[in-house]
Write a protein that binds this ligand. Structure first.
Ligand code: WTA
Length: 635
């Protein structure tokens, strides 16, 4: 598959200008290349940001798995599609060729059909990073079912909320998972979740850890015997360009998680082209993204983008610290990885360990390094550049979101000069705007503002499942005729972008989006808690960590505070998952509030950041006296 035909920075600017002058022509030319269309489109784009409604390639018919698998069978059938590296380094890696992948996806797709799954049905996938995860996602896409992958670190409550929201008919899970030296009882979590889900008819269970689990009669089925019996042939369901491909939940600043809906043709083209260009992927390269398929990064850049390019994509089941902190680099050496894509949190945690963990491995295969999910600080950038890239592999700092489906701002390796902490330039086809608080676009360079996108791109989410109004309110109401990202950004003197962080109540912890509201709701369920507020504060490994301010009811006052802290974190773990645990919990007599009763998080944030000099005017608060008491007792 070819690329944007860009080899120099000058050419990038030419292509970029072309993509702005005539976006439809730009994307149409890309769609014309190499993809398999059962029928071509009648219209490249129609959109109206006031509704908002966006349609790409209307009239086209296709199946994304035909593009990701079947298309490659003749020319690269024996090439490894998925290279599975198990948690335990003594267990052998599995090389799944395109032919083998085709067979396994078809079999799985037939199992889905035999269990009543039809086009448009939602299937919840709750699996560890084993091949069945990628295969089940592709099997859904094969038959037009809508997959909704839930990260297997989420709790049973988080799982049931997501299952109920999209009314899934089936859950695909495993008997358990390995995580470093630990095992996790995934099936037990599913059983608990399903106690509050009416919509699930079938649970398919993959065997991974050989543990004793409960199988509920009539509902739960072992996957392998069904696969063994299933046919290897399964014609792809022919989908419309705008048919739903998947739902993936992401946290919002308020309320329940948002089921972002992505559709077929635009998502396919966009992830394929960004993958190819941002990683400079060449035919025999081995590419590795360390994310989990439970997040958008895994959807777009472990599964769809790489496979649409006929790439070899590594899937790693384990963690960077097991059996020791050299694991990532051991894998790079072992599989001669050429492109390596990870999160700043992982880099920061490895940078704390002895350099010997890196230096003992041969990393000379690496050509491009990537980061995603949160801002990368200067120190981590240099550590990555010096010790992993040996100063010769460009670092692509890719900015994007679950909502954008694919990368939006990123250097192109060997073309865009990199600059630490900067995601640099928008990719061709991406039209950005920085907005001020009055809703005016800020032109020129050396400015900062709220980051918006002012023209549609093919892989944007089309709606929030079941709640289009919320989609409109969240993304298209802050600024007229623009998609608002929720991030702040600055544009430097040459036009490079640097993401400065969220401007709403979403906090990015270890690269994971966490909304404050659901965590506060969980805390407030503790019988001793009257009220709570969460803010983020800087953390040297996680980027941000969570600081909770908690008001206790009378019954809590006499309790041991350390025990209460443990109980509160336990409740959070049960409701959301361990990723949302609080690092600091301060018990307080009150929270600063406006006269209308709104918590002034800005003040709490400053106190948690230890920025006490510029708290701003607190005299207009309902309860200004409470601020001093919070300062005096801060942790
Ligand atoms: C943040 C992950 C700085 C940002 C693909 C965004 C980043 C949110 C970067 C989306 C980056 C992502 N530099 N910040 N390179 N990439 N972010 O939905 O705040 O899990 O809005 O998608 O992560 O997180 P999400």
């Amino acid at each position: 598959m070819s690329n944007y035909h860009v080899k120099t920075l000058e050419e990038y600017f030419q292509v970029y200008r072309k993509s702005v002058r005539n976006p439809e022509l730009f994307w149409e030319e890309i769609a014309e290349e190499h993809f398999v269309w059962r029928k071509k489109w009648n219209n490249v784009l129609s959109y109206d940001f006031t509704k908002p409604e966006v349609k790409w390639f209307e009239g086209a018919k296709l199946n994304i798995t035909e593009n990701c698998i079947d298309r490659h069978l003749q020319i690269r059938g024996d090439k490894t599609a998925i290279l599975f590296e198990p948690n335990n380094p003594d267990e052998e890696a599995e090389h799944i060729s395109y032919k083998e992948l085709h067979k396994r996806v078809c079999k799985f797709a037939n199992v889905l059909k035999e269990n009543g799954i039809k086009k448009g049905d939602r299937v919840c996938v709750y699996l560890p990073m084993i091949p069945e995860l990628a295969i089940s996602v592709l099997a859904c896409a094969r038959i037009g079912a809508v997959h909704s992958v839930v990260f297997a670190g989420f709790s049973s409550t988080a799982l049931s909320t997501r299952i109920n929201d999209c009314e899934a008919k089936m859950v695909i899970t495993s008997d358990g998972s390995y995580r470093g030296a630990k095992t996790i009882d995934l099936k037990g979590i599913v059983d608990e979740a399903l106690e509050s889900c009416e919509c699930i008819d079938t649970v398919l269970v993959a065997k991974r850890i050989d543990s004793e689990i409960n199988m509920k009669e009539g509902r739960d089925k072992w996957l392998q015997p069904l696969l063994d019996k299933a046919s290897e042939n399964c014609d792809p369901e022919i989908m419309d360009a705008e048919d739903p491909l998947f739902i993936l939940y992401t946290s919002g600043s308020t309320g329940s998680p948002k089921g972002m809906l992505h559709t077929t043709a635009g998502y396919m083209i966009y992830t394929a082209y960004t993958f190819k260009n941002v990683f400079n992927y060449k035919e025999n390269d081995v590419y590795w993204c360390t994310a989990d398929i439970g997040w958008i990064t895994g959807h777009s850049y472990i599964v769809y983008g790489p496979l649409a390019n006929g790439a070899t994509t590594v899937m790693f089941e384990g963690v960077p610290s097991y059996p020791d902190f050299g694991r990532f680099w051991e894998i790079v050496e072992k599989h001669k990885v050429n492109q390596f894509y990870t999160a700043p949190t992982a880099i920061r945690s490895l940078a704390k360990e002895k350099l010997d963990f890196v230096d003992q491995y041969d990393l000379s295969s690496l050509k491009v390094l990537g980061t995603v999910g949160e801002p990368i600080n200067e120190e981590a950038w240099h550590w990555y550049n010096d010790n992993v890239g040996n100063k010769k592999s460009p670092i692509v700092d890719t900015w994007w979101q679950t909502e954008t489906g694919g990368m939006m701002i990123s250097p192109m390796p060997y073309i865009t000069p990199t600059k630490p902490t900067y995601a640099t330039l928008p990719l061709p086809g991406v039209q950005l705007a920085l907005m001020d608080e009055n809703g005016e676009e800020i032109k020129g360079n050396q400015v900062d503002g709220r980051l918006c996108v002012k023209y549609p791109w093919p892989s944007m989410a089309r709606t929030i499942w079941g709640n289009h109004q919320r989609y409109k309110d969240t993304y298209f109401s802050a600024f007229e005729n623009k998609y608002f990202t929720g991030d702040g950004a600055l544009r430097d003197e040459v036009g490079y972008y640097r993401i400065t962080g969220r401007v709403d109540d979403v906090i990015i912890v270890s690269g994971h989006n966490l909304g404050t509201a659901p965590i506060e709701d969980a805390i407030n369920e503790h019988p001793a808690v009257a009220e709570s507020a969460i803010v983020g504060f800087p953390h040297d490994v996680k980027g941000n960590a969570l600081y909770g301010y908690v008001i206790l009811k009378d019954v809590g006052e006499s309790r041991n505070h350390d025990n209460l802290r443990k109980e509160i974190n336990q409740i959070i773990t049960e409701h959301i998952g361990p990723i949302a645990k609080l690092n600091k919990i301060q018990f307080t007599v009150g929270l600063p509030k406006t006269r209308s009763g709104k918590i002034m998080r800005r003040i709490l944030r400053k106190i948690a950041h230890n920025e006490l000099d510029n708290l701003g005017d607190v005299s207009t608060l309902l309860n200004p006296e409470v601020v001093q008491s919070i300062i005096d007792n801060r942790l």
